[in-house]
Design a protein around this ligand. Structure first.
Ligand code: GLA
Length: 622
């Protein structure tokens, strides 16, 4: 088709009004990689947190003895650096605005003249070679005050004295914690924004001030996502200002609510995607599922957090080595933070060996920071593939979620490797190469079993770099879905690598494409090209998964804010438009898909959820 006839189609299909109005503001190129960009989380944070073992029944001695164990048993060397304090460390808010530390829990804090300080605590951990973490809440009150009513370690005193959360004290509390006390990591919880509303259990005790909840769990409509985001954005800005050396980590903890999955990476380093993990198989699977389709949101400095590891507890204790290893492998392939939460003083040598396996940790800590993505899911079997920094290398997890033995397989194409070229396959847990032949790998997996591999081959994209192989360098600036709710991603759909948001193969006008990005319009992706590439090529089109009446989509490509390519308005069923643009020197490439509702279709424009699914197929950089 000639350029002129394409243009004619474009003019016929595009409602002039929408083009004349210009792009929606959030679809304008930002010319930057708009992630948080602060903090020290180039790879997923690793460490220990007392909550899953001790809840608020924690003392200085308990934490220290675990820290000493981590130092002695090889875990510190294996990468576990953060020793965190969770809920329970505070006694009350003082009249001068400071927080009184519960010195019965941390006698070290009282060892100085003047108000208690946790500086001796962080000094001690630093001297041991650790980083020190603390816990607070973005609202006025903390989670224990709502959910651990019988804890002996709740803040005491008047209603005001019990308000130990950040709200109203953001700047001074964070200055104390990071400036005076010297912490390196903070987990900022959100119960203060959720659990102290009218009719709540906590409020009935008459010891808390009522606050209109900004977060209503599992109810995206009643939740004020913008206000929650604003509160966390403020914390992120304050921390960046207080830590010019960027040696800190901000953990955002609204349990997958308030759309945090979409904005967490713009304001902090990790964000919870779900409710608290419980030490049982189903809870672990559920938490995994809330993160496992969000590979386009993670990357160096920003991680989906399906919660701390339950390894060592309940159905993952020493009597369940298969479940423990599978759980650990799942967190490893997701590039999830690795925060152990059991009393390591009681860890068996086998448990320590598991937690310190160098090749498994290397897959989690790989410098590219790509999150593993699901390439296969049928019945109880899932296969995830995580492109590693070394070209052609992938971490691969074959997973049996069910309680019957299964056979699982993965082929070269699913790993985005060239089936005609040899593959080297290594069993990551055993640390040994496997003899394989052919392009298909097959394994018997026992109930709840898994196989974690490192595979090396020739990339299916040849000499080019597929966007899917550098998902850690992609930021979903606008995802095309209004209001991601607390529902697991498989319900709401998210932009995906090599698949549509619903997990189907990418398909344009009847042709299936093995690789690319599937996303809804209206959307904007930022790709951190960092001046390393010379050309960007893709085939862009409306995916066959789009509704037949979905209107048209215009595709645009920008390099550092400069328009490099504009497509005609394309409808479902039309052939994809080839893109081939010069990106030499470009730091940030942006891919915009903007929908124009069909003329006269008020319903289509009113409901953004019905905007078309689009595919940036074979989107490669070279
Ligand atoms: C919330 C968090 C947990 C833990 C507790 C402490 O439930 O999600 O990880 O910090 O609060 O009360």
């Amino acid at each position: 088709m000639t350029k002129t006839s394409l243009l004619a189609i474009a003019l016929a299909l595009a409602p002039l009004s929408s083009l004349a109005a210009g792009p929606r503001p959030e679809l304008q190129p930002s010319a930057r990689f708009s992630v948080y960009g602060h903090g020290a989380a180039a790879t997923p944070p690793m460490g220990w947190n007392p909550w899953n073992a001790f809840r608020t029944e924690v003392t200085q001695d308990k934490i220290l003895s675990v820290a000493e164990t981590i130092k002695r048993n090889g875990m510190q060397k294996a990468g576990y650096r953060y020793v965190n304090i969770d809920d329970g460390w505070w006694l009350q808010r003082r009249a001068d605005g400071g927080i009184q530390i519960r010195t019965t829990m941390f006698p070290m804090a009282a060892s100085r003249s003047g108000p208690p300080s946790l500086r001796p605590w962080t000094d001690h951990l630093h001297a041991m070679g650790f980083k020190a973490g603390l816990y607070t809440d973005v609202g006025r009150n903390a989670c224990s005050q709502a959910h651990d009513a019988h804890s002996p370690n709740l803040p005491v005193g008047t209603v005001a004295q019990r308000e130990i959360g950040l709200e109203g004290f953001e700047a001074s509390d964070l200055a104390t914690m990071f400036g005076e006390w010297g912490f390196d990591y903070i987990k900022v919880d959100a119960c203060g924004l959720a659990d102290f509303g009218e009719g709540s259990k906590a409020l009935a005790s008459a010891t808390y001030r009522e606050g209109r909840p900004l977060i209503v769990r599992a109810d995206a409509q009643a939740t004020d996502a913008d206000k929650v985001e604003t509160a966390y954005a403020r914390v992120g800005r304050l921390l960046a200002g207080l830590n010019p050396d960027d040696d800190f980590v901000l953990s955002i903890c609204p349990w997958g609510e308030a759309g945090v999955g979409n904005w967490g990476g713009r304001h902090g380093n990790l964000w919870r995607t779900s409710a608290d993990i419980e030490p049982n198989w189903d809870s672990m699977l559920h938490n995994f599922d809330t993160a496992s389709r969000r590979e386009l949101y993670a990357g160096p400095g920003r991680w989906n957090d399906p919660d701390m590891l339950a390894v060592g507890l309940g159905e993952f204790d020493a009597r369940h080595p298969v479940e423990a290893r599978t759980h650990f492998s799942m967190w490893a392939i997701l590039a999830a933070p690795l925060l152990v939460g059991f009393d390591l003083n009681h860890a068996s040598p086998a448990q320590v060996a598991m937690l310190t396996n160098p090749e498994v940790i290397a897959i989690n800590q790989d410098a590219a920071g790509n999150q593993g993505r699901i390439v296969f899911h049928e019945g109880d079997v899932q296969v995830l593939v995580k492109p590693l920094a070394q070209r052609g290398e992938r971490g691969v997890l074959l997973l049996n979620r069910g309680n019957r033995a299964v056979q699982a397989r993965v082929d070269a194409a699913q790993m985005q490797l060239d089936p005609g070229e040899p593959m080297q396959v290594r069993d990551a847990w055993a640390g040994r190469d496997l003899a394989t032949s052919g392009a298909v790998l097959e394994f018997d997996l026992p109930a709840h079993g898994s196989m974690l591999l490192k595979v090396r081959g020739k990339p299916a994209s040849g000499d080019a770099t597929a966007l899917g192989d550098i998902s850690g360098r992609i930021h979903v600036a606008v995802d095309g879905l209004s209001g991601y709710s607390a529902r697991p991603a498989e319900v709401s759909g998210t932009p995906r690598v090599d698949a549509t948001p619903a997990g189907q193969p990418l398909r344009i006008a009847g042709t299936t494409y093995a690789r690319g990005i599937g996303i809804h319009a209206d959307s904007r992706l930022e790709v951190k090209t960092a001046g390393e590439f010379s050309r960007f090529q893709a085939l862009a089109g409306v995916d066959d998964a789009a509704a037949a009446s979905g209107g048209t989509v215009q595709f645009r490509v920008y390099g550092d804010g400069r328009l490099l390519f504009t497509s005609p308005a394309l409808a479902r069923g039309q052939a994809p438009v080839p893109i081939n643009v010069d990106v030499r020197g470009v730091q940030v490439l942006e891919l915009v898909a903007e929908a124009a509702p069909e003329a006269g279709s008020a319903a289509a424009s009113a409901s953004r959820a019905s905007t078309p699914v689009v595919a940036w197929a074979h989107a490669d950089l070279r």
